[in-house]
Design a protein around this ligand. Structure first.
Ligand code: AMP
Length: 418
């Protein structure tokens, strides 16, 4: 059922408790924590500006990192309050806690149009446990509830679910923020009535992560394109050799079932016809997690159906990129989730960049609706400088995937029906 939207609420003079996604990357510079990417803060500005314009008393709550119930100074939201004040061009109050007397006093003193940011809600373990007593403490200051944190909506936490339930039980309204509304529109309604042809491109590491999405989209799409390491599980299932490639041998049955369903439904199912391979060599260097770094040497295009025992598939090859681009060029709707190769390494980003360009061309030249379903594909498209040239980029990672699977997200379910 459609959910209430911020625009439906009468917020003037009301204390509106807003869950936002301010989980921004921070780096320490000269003893100060500095925000290195403020995209997430900027994404919430339309919601915040509307609340300010309508004279709400806005109380923002968010998490940052994984402090695991500790007051971890490097994960404080204080630098976000300062940056948000700059972006909004007005003061943003900050309280170094998210519950308690100080919060209640500051919230009680807010004037219409004021904004208050509370400290990292994950300084309390009770947040992730959706502890009812903790949710009640958070909800003390809330008259209305707005959730604009799509990226956290797949979790039933106190600030994403518990507070909404409590506000609703008191007769208060709970609504989707403007960013959340766009996510639900593009990843939900738009795909349900997607103009055809509808082409889906899925990549990334594991079939097991995306099989539910594949299964659901096989019921909606005209074409499904598979790239990334995922493709090797399909190749193995078809009896080809995949060498040292990242593969899930115990998931070949899922791959075969997807291929059979595609055939039965008349969905075109495209797998890579060539790939870039490299030779993995374990070194003595350690990565940040203390694991040995594996060098990928002697990259080359492999046009054979099999990969040699000593090599690993690291990207789709040029013939696959051309095949995929051609299919994408026919689309009126494109959904893309997951890179075509190990795109973090420039040498193996060619396939991902070719797909990004094909999605942009379909959007700009054919008027296709293009939806980038979160996570690494958003990173890849931004890295290629093409972010402004697609219709919509999701801010969610896990949340986008779960929503695309057709799951009801707890943070959305808790909002009031229209
Ligand atoms: P996901 O989170 O499932 O979308 O997976 C993204 C990750 O898949 C990225 O870190 C890529 O480096 C990785 N990936 C894509 N293709 C390959 C490949 N051929 N071999 C190993 N990893 C890959």
């Amino acid at each position: 059922m459609a959910k209430l939207n911020l625009k439906d609420l009468n917020v003037t003079g009301k204390r509106v408790f807003v869950r936002v996604d301010f989980n921004v990357p921070l780096e320490e510079k000269d003893g100060q924590m500095v925000i290195t990417d403020e995209t997430r803060i900027k994404e919430t500005l339309p919601t915040l500006r509307l609340l300010i314009e309508r004279g709400a008393k806005t109380i923002l709550t968010a998490h940052l990192g994984r402090p695991k119930g500790q007051r971890e100074a490097t994960m404080s939201l204080r630098p976000v309050a300062a940056r948000l004040a700059d972006l909004l061009g007005r003061p943003v109050a900050f309280v170094d806690d998210c519950i308690g007397e100080k919060v209640e006093q500051t919230a009680g003193a807010l004037q219409n149009g004021d904004v208050l940011l509370l400290e990292n809600v994950r300084y309390y373990n009770e947040e992730e446990k959706n502890d009812p007593a903790f949710a009640a403490k958070l909800a003390k200051v809330a008259e209305l509830y707005v959730n604009d944190a799509f990226g956290a909506a797949h979790r039933a936490h106190a600030s994403t679910e518990g507070v909404a339930r409590l506000v609703a039980a008191r007769g208060g309204q709970c609504a989707a923020g403007l960013l959340m509304e766009r996510e639900l529109k593009f990843l939900g309604d738009e795909l349900d009535k997607a103009p055809r042809p509808f082409v889906v491109i899925l990549g990334g590491a594991k079939v097991s992560d995306k099989i539910k999405v594949i299964d659901r989209l096989l019921e909606k799409a005209d074409t499904i394109i598979i790239g990334g390491a995922m493709a090797y599980t399909f190749k193995l299932a078809q009896g080809f050799k995949v060498g040292q490639s990242l593969v899930e041998p115990d998931k070949t049955d899922l791959a075969l079932a997807a291929l059979a369903k595609a055939k039965q439904r008349g969905v075109q199912f495209l797998l890579p016809i060539d790939n870039t391979v490299a030779t993995p060599v374990v070194t003595d260097k350690l990565n940040k997690k203390g694991k040995k770094i594996i060098d990928l040497n002697n990259p080359r295009t492999n046009a054979e159906p099999n990969i040699t025992d000593s090599e690993e598939g690291v990207d789709i090859g040029p013939a696959s990129a051309a095949l995929f681009a051609k299919a994408i060029s026919t689309a009126k709707t494109v959904l893309w989730n997951g890179p075509m190769g190990i795109f973090e390494d420039k040498r193996f980003a060619t396939g991902t960049n070719a797909v990004a360009q094909a999605v942009v061309d379909a959007t700009q030249k054919n008027g296709a609706v293009s939806i980038i379903g979160g996570g690494d594909s958003v990173k890849a498209i931004n890295k290629a400088g093409l972010g402004s040239k697609v219709t919509f980029m999701s801010t969610g990672g896990g949340a986008s995937l779960e929503f695309l699977e057709g799951a009801e997200l707890p943070g959305v379910a808790a909002l009031s029906d229209k």
